[in-house]
Design a protein around this ligand. Structure first.
Ligand SMILES: Cc1ncc(COP(=O)(O)O)c(C=O)c1O
Length: 480
């Protein structure tokens, strides 16, 4: 009985609004202090790096201690990378606009499942507004429609499912594979495309990777040859995928030529714009994605260039009906008929059953700042990337891999004998990130290791980038 009372008290405590208010206020103070610190104090580490085993024992110790939750929150912040730090120049994760993160708290508290209308009335209506806005920016007509889903990987998989539904000669959804199907994509595409194709059961031979040209764009001169070769081997190509942009180098494929190719060969044309389709919001940079309106489907990650916390992805179809056809399936407990098309039951068009209220995080930004903020963000980040590329070019000890089109810049330190550059640059990066002063990543280009930076933070300044090059130089000399 005593146990029961104690347990009941715990449950009551877990749902006590006054505790929520008190802890919530403390948490907002903690996070605001953190943000103020990382934005102004350059010496505050971007990444307080610790080895994985040390991190694990740190948390094992915490778990067995009686630290209170405010303490725990503080420790989490202290032991995490700070994307809000102007010297975070690493992976393509948006620096969330604060208003969007606050909307995220509403999502986590209300926990509306959103898949069916009643479980997310506001979120579903707002999702339509947000996805219609993006469809319009892409240049689609009002025949288009979209959904939000958890991440570019899942959205690309969903788009390829739609492609299969539309272009496979027989009904794979109902009867399984009868033919050997395949998709064509640049060899520089994100690995999730390869995974999606394998999940679809296409196997290795069903993923036709077309080489890139010297700008790391799909080599459109090779498309016919690759198509014919695949067909002669008995493959039925269902789709061509364009990268806008590619992950490693930020290169935009020639979408108009891919659209022509798709039209000529009756293929589904999908654009993986997870990183770079945000340029549709920018007058200055939208030309990079010219031809995007001719795609049958487009993926765009709000949590990359459009300032929301991860994950938050739009999957937009040129023709709404394709979205509905993708997952035709009975789910009596959710909706009455599999055949009706209700925009407000967004679960009909996504793999996810329950999903976060992603739309409100985009809407919060739009309502607070207007869509110009996306344009400003893109223009600032892409603009700064080209300034940085110029800085790299002007330094004798550095080499630029290619002139960036997007905000992804690949470069490396070079010494006079140009020996072991991959090993040297890997060591530079390791020293740099464990110092906590900057966060950058690395990639391989033509089998050589390059330092890779993605300028994601609109508060990063030219001084930060100059300081990065100085620091790399200093580390390189100390390693030599
Ligand atoms: C071009 C591209 N497509 C897809 C993805 C995968 O997106 P997500 O991480 O949202 O699943 C990425 C991630 O970096 C990407 O750059």
């Amino acid at each position: 009985m005593k146990d029961l009372v104690a347990r009941k008290n715990i449950l009551e405590k877990a749902y006590d609004p006054s505790d929520f208010r008190a802890i919530g206020h403390q948490m907002i103070d903690l996070l605001s202090d953190h943000l103020e610190r990382v934005q102004v104090d350059q010496d505050h580490p971007v990444l307080p790096y610790q080895d994985p085993e040390d991190m694990l024992s740190y948390w094992q110790k915490d778990f067995s201690s009686d630290s209170d939750i405010a303490d725990v929150f503080q420790k989490i912040v202290k032991n995490s990378i700070s994307v809000h730090h102007p010297r975070y120049i690493g992976h393509q994760v948006a620096v969330p606009a604060f208003i969007s993160s606050l909307a995220g708290l509403i999502s986590d508290l209300l926990s509306n499942g959103t898949g069916v209308y009643e479980m997310g009335m506001a979120a579903n209506a707002i999702e339509k507004i947000v996805t219609d806005l993006v469809a319009n920016k892409i240049g689609y007509t009002n025949e288009a429609s979209g959904v939000l889903t958890s991440g570019g990987s899942l959205a690309n998989l969903t788009a390829l499912l739609a492609a299969r539904k539309a272009k496979a000669p027989t009904a794979v959804w109902e009867n399984g594979h009868q033919e050997k199907l395949a998709v064509m994509v640049s060899e520089e595409s994100h690995y999730c495309i390869d995974r999606a194709a394998r999940i679809l059961g296409l196997g290795e031979e069903g993923i036709i990777k077309v080489p890139v040209d010297k700008s790391f764009k799909i080599n459109t001169l090779l498309l016919d040859e690759y198509l014919q070769k695949a067909q002669s081997e008995g493959l039925h190509i269902i789709a061509i995928i364009g990268c806008a942009s590619s992950t490693a180098t930020g290169s935009y494929d020639d979408l108009n030529t891919l659209a022509d190719f798709a039209e000529q060969n009756d293929l589904w044309f999908h654009v993986d714009g997870a990183h770079g389709a945000g340029v549709v919001f920018s007058e200055k940079y939208k030309h990079l994605a010219d031809g995007i309106s001719r795609a049958d489907s487009v993926v765009i990650d709000f949590h990359k260039m459009l300032m929301t916390p991860a994950l938050n992805t739009g999957l937009i179809f040129k023709k709404a009906e394709d979205a509905y056809k993708t997952f035709e399936q009975k789910a009596q407990y959710l909706w009455d008929s599999q055949h009706t098309k209700e925009w407000y039951n967004s679960g009909k068009r996504t793999f996810e059953c329950t999903k976060l209220m992603m739309s409100i995080k985009v809407y919060a930004i739009l309502k607070t700042y207007g869509e110009e903020i996306f344009e400003q963000n893109i223009d600032t980040l892409y603009g700064l990337a080209s300034v940085f590329a110029q800085m790299v070019k002007e330094r004798t000890n550095f080499e630029l891999a290619l002139t960036p089109e997007a905000n992804i810049i690949n470069f490396r330190y070079i010494n006079s004998d140009r020996k072991n550059l991959s090993t040297l640059n890997a060591a530079i990066r390791q020293t740099l990130i464990t110092s906590g002063k900057f966060y950058i990543v690395q990639t391989r280009i033509d089998d050589e290791l390059y330092l890779r930076t993605t300028i994601m933070n609109p508060l990063t300044k030219e001084e930060d980038l100059l300081a990065l090059l100085d620091e790399i130089e200093r580390i390189a000399i100390s390693l030599d």
